[in-house]
Design a protein around this ligand. Structure first.
Ligand code: ZN
Length: 282
């Protein structure tokens, strides 16, 4: 176990206990909030090696449910691309892409089976991915994608990137502050960082759910950002925010009028429990 004694944003060691909650395997993890800046995180987490056991079950069952072989074909792929496209439109990606010259280079950190790596590759990008799941990396490599196994913090890249993405990844990281610093160094000037993550704080549909909120999965999710705390951390790493949207409510039953209305409000009024942020290296 590792104790998160010191806040990664403000350095304060004072924390307020929010609640404790069981993981899938029965261990209890405590959620705390930094008294200095309001950042929320788990007080103690399994280290990078130990945490693997919490992942194996979940990701294996997901994988077998869907059937790995169908990942890059048919309905699954259409749905994944639809969601990417929505996020990318919101972040102004398509104009950004047009502004780049022919050799466009991207890196997707926590790329899983490589959907986004594949998506950009098909758009003519020199598209790369990295992940800590051996199964996922093997699958991506079998599909002729440029994906590497390992911890991003331990990699040295010979060339800089136009775009680095962290899709639903930053909340899983043991050291988000170090990853953002390195991403800043690994980007070209004018390069963009896109982050999607679950969102706490503000007027937010998550408040309806308390500790049973869909993203309070301990200990897989370690850090819980509000827009304010994420912005502060990005600024600290050198980035300038250039886009911000929220989406998602999880209110009511999928497909119902209530869900549709709540999802519409989430987007329109910045009430969503997910957020996407575009940050630029100026
Ligand atoms: Zn703090």
């Amino acid at each position: 176990m590792i104790s998160n004694k010191k806040c990664i944003i403000c350095g304060s060691e004072r924390q307020r206990f929010i609640f404790g909650k069981e993981s899938g395997s029965g261990d209890v993890f405590n959620l705390v909030m930094c008294s200095g800046c309001g950042l929320m995180f788990l007080e103690e987490v399994p280290d990078e090696k130990e945490i693997e056991k919490y992942y194996t079950g979940i990701y294996f069952s997901k994988r077998t449910d869907r059937g790995y072989n169908n990942y890059f074909s048919g309905d699954v792929r259409d749905e994944i691309e639809r969601v990417f496209k929505l996020n990318l439109e919101d972040l102004g990606f398509f104009d950004f892409e047009k502004s780049l010259n022919e050799k466009k280079r991207s890196l997707d950190i926590g790329c899983a089976a490589g959907y986004f790596v594949n998506y950009l590759k098909e758009r003519g990008w020199e598209s790369k991915g990295i992940d800590i799941s051996r199964d996922c990396v093997q699958f991506a490599v079998d599909n002729r994608l440029n994906v590497e196994f390992g911890n991003y913090l331990e990699f040295n890249f010979s060339q800089k990137f136009d775009l680095i993405t962290l899709w639903a990844t930053i909340e899983h990281l043991h050291h988000p502050e170090l990853v953002l610093e390195k991403a800043y160094a690994d980007l070209k000037k004018g390069g963009m960082l896109y982050i999607s993550t679950c969102r706490v704080g503000g007027i937010n549909f998550m408040n309806l759910f308390g500790s049973s909120w869909r993203f309070f999965n301990f200990p897989e999710h370690i850090y819980f950002f509000s827009y304010r705390t994420l912005k502060t951390l990005l600024n600290k790493s050198g980035f300038t925010i250039s886009g911000y949207k929220t989406y998602g409510s999880n209110v009511g039953v999928s497909g119902s009028f209530l869900r549709k209305f709540a999802d519409y409000s989430a987007k329109k009024f910045y009430m969503g429990d997910m957020m996407i942020v575009a940050a630029e290296k100026i």
